[in-house]
Design a protein around this ligand. Structure first.
Ligand code: G6P
Length: 612
């Protein structure tokens, strides 16, 4: 989704901002733009299209010691030159880039037009530039004008402002849309995401909601909502540059699929208690001191997209291992119902990016109602990680491909750890706990075996099936969330219609779609409902549907039932989803490649969705 980057210092700001914009490309966007200083005036270059197109428009000899840039993901107004950021005031002396949504922009725009301001775009952002212009007069300095402008705004913003009247400073402000500041040596940075500036500095300050920052090349001053100067902690981010390169793979997505044995290992590291057959979770110890875990009456899991699918696996794990009623909610729906949440409800929020606006809003709602909220997050220091009461990082490293892969597997693993942690205090015996741990410890090798054993076959199948217009993904029990996630991967990156369905429910509707042109992908390992899955497969077979079955190496599939079979190593029932997801990710990937899609940056999608 929208990305922001800004630089002030002695080097060429244009190069630093362009580099930052390239690094933000993974978030998904449709337009890009930059403002820098040329002969003491602001010069803005922007257009719809990729950052590479923007770079072609920037004269190569340009040198400026200050610049701000933006990648836009359209919300208000279609992708176009006019709607791309940065936006300006009437006089062209103020330049603004903005993430988030200004909810009262129509009202503000009408007022400003009455006062004589001229608008050139359809965006909500442009009102901010004109509001600043309105207040920026006499002895008022830029940060004061920005503060006066944001006090009139309703909605959310991560905001960066530059003025040709005071080109020795950049102003940044935040309300519910992330802004981080990068501290350099005689240079400073601002961005919506650490990825943009990590090449230049690892010293980061996280701006909190309501704060406003004034960056010059020599210092950073931060003020809270009441205009009082605050001292902020500088955090160090550890970052392996290897994570932000493709490391020889043609796409980040393929690289990230292959990283899964290692990233799964990182998620579990330090959390396995092989003596007691349980999980070590410091965050859970803090959240539930003494015997207070026994007060949990209900568990609610919140997330969006792939994180929601991981949540569905968590529902199975938590109900099975703890006996506590558990529900999974779309974060975007949660606030608009009347959720029955109280202090005996344990809420788990899942977010890879830690910036998803819907998930943040749902967490705040749950906390308001007295629930304890535990976060499962990947991005360290992200908004979700700071909002929740306690949490667990999955430590999979940056996930650059828009379609989530390694984060899903590790979110599922983290949910299993929580289920085991609570379960061992309730209904899971020592022996059972030890069996889970013993198998968990074998899974890294089994994940490697899945990659080694299925990729070639899956690639061949992708070639065979790439021209089909629709797919049905089916599974029962724990395999149902995997069917949903497999279908989501296919539609996200190949733009083929795909639906995930519980296999037993198929006969109540989707079976009407089945014919020889509508393949069904069954996720059916040798678990306790394998025989029932076989019956569902027979139902498709009887209607001439094409059938692909994903099963384990030992299960016997009746002859001629399947058109194609993919086999993975055997494991215990609860862990099949971890192994199953890899061939489904690869299937979607190779079909998308065959169809020549932009695998890492699929159309219309954003990696980090910071608007509700
Ligand atoms: C976007 C991404 C999805 C992701 C979802 C939730 O829609 O395109 O891949 O699953 O957001 O993201 P989160 O960062 O909260 O897990």
């Amino acid at each position: 989704m929208c990305g922001i980057v800004g630089y002030i210092g002695g080097s060429n700001a244009v190069n630093a901002v362009v580099e930052g914009l390239h690094r933000l490309e993974y978030r998904g966007y449709d337009s890009a733009g930059i403002t820098f200083l040329e002969d003491r005036e602001l010069k803005t270059i922007k257009d719809k299209g990729r950052v590479a197109h923007l770079v072609d428009m920037i004269p190569p000899e340009i040198f400026s010691e200050v610049a701000i840039g933006h990648t836009r993901w359209a919300t208000h107004g279609k992708p176009s030159h006019e709607n791309a950021h940065p936006h300006h005031d009437c006089g062209g002396t103020i330049s603004v880039v903005h993430n988030g949504i200004i909810e009262n922009y129509i009202l503000l725009k009408e007022l400003l037009i009455k006062e004589g301001h001229k608008f050139v775009s359809e965006t909500d952002t442009e009102v901010i530039a004109h509001l600043i212009e309105k207040y920026y007069e006499g002895s008022i300095v830029l940060e004061q004008a920005v503060k006066m402008a944001i006090d009139s705004l309703e909605g959310t913003y991560g905001l960066v402002v530059l003025s040709s009247k005071e080109p020795d400073k950049i102003i940044a402000a935040r309300r519910a849309s992330p802004i981080i500041l990068g501290v350099g040596d005689k240079e400073n940075f601002v961005a919506s995401d650490a990825t943009a500036i990590v090449k230049y500095t690892k010293k980061i300050i996280y701006l909190e909601d309501g704060e406003l920052a004034v960056l010059t090349r020599n210092d950073i001053r931060i003020f809270n909502q009441r205009n009082i100067k605050v001292d902020k902690k500088i955090s160090s981010i550890t970052w392996d540059e290897k994570h932000t390169s493709k490391d020889g793979y043609p796409h980040f997505m393929l690289k990230e699929i292959h990283e899964q044995p290692g990233s799964f290992h990182n998620t579990l590291a330090g959390h396995i208690d092989a003596e007691e057959g349980t999980a070590h979770l410091g965050g859970m110890d803090n959240l539930f001191p003494g015997n207070s875990i026994h007060r949990i009456r209900r568990i609610v899991i919140l997330g969006c997209g792939t994180s929601w699918h991981a949540g569905l696996l968590g529902e199975y794990y938590l109900e099975r291992l703890t006996g506590i009623p558990t529900e999974v909610e779309y974060a975007s729906e949660f606030r608009y119902r009347t959720p029955s949440i109280d202090e005996d409800t344990f809420v788990i929020a899942l977010s890879q990016s830690g910036e998803t606006a819907d998930t943040m809003a749902a967490i705040k709602e749950a906390k308001n109602r007295g629930a304890k909220v535990f976060g499962i997050v990947n991005v360290i220091g992200s908004s979700v990680s700071r909002e929740v009461n306690q949490g667990l990082y999955i430590h999979v490293g940056p996930e650059i491909g828009v379609a989530s892969t390694k984060a899903f597997l590790s979110q599922a693993a983290a949910l299993f750890l929580i289920a085991l942690y609570i379960g061992r205090k309730k209904i899971v015996s020592y022996k059972e706990g030890m069996e889970y741990i013993a198998e968990l410890e074998k899974l890294e090798d089994k994940l490697r075996a899945v990659l080694a054993g299925t990729e070639k076959k899956v690639k061949e199948l992708a070639e065979k099936y790439a021209s089909y217009p629709s797919f049905l993904y089916l599974g029962r029990g724990l395999n149902f969330p995997i069917a949903l996630e497999g279908a989501l991967k296919l539609k996200e990156i190949s733009y083929i219609h795909a639906e995930g369905y519980p296999a037993g429910e198929m006969k109540h509707g989707p079976i009407a779609l089945i014919d020889k042109n509508f393949p069904a992908f069954f996720v059916a390992p040798g678990d306790e409902i394998f025989e029932k899955s076989l019956s569902n497969i027979q139902e498709i077979k009887a209607r001439d549907g094409k059938i692909i079955i994903l099963t384990d190496e030992g299960s016997v599939i009746p002859e001629k039932l399947a058109d194609d079979i993919i086999r993975i190593p055997a494991t215990i029932e609860v862990f099949y989803p971890f192994l199953e997801i890899i061939p489904l990710q690869l299937f979607a990937y190779y079909i998308a490649v065959k169809k020549d899609r932009d695998v890492d940056k699929p159309r219309n999608l954003a990696k980090s969705v910071t608007v509700e």
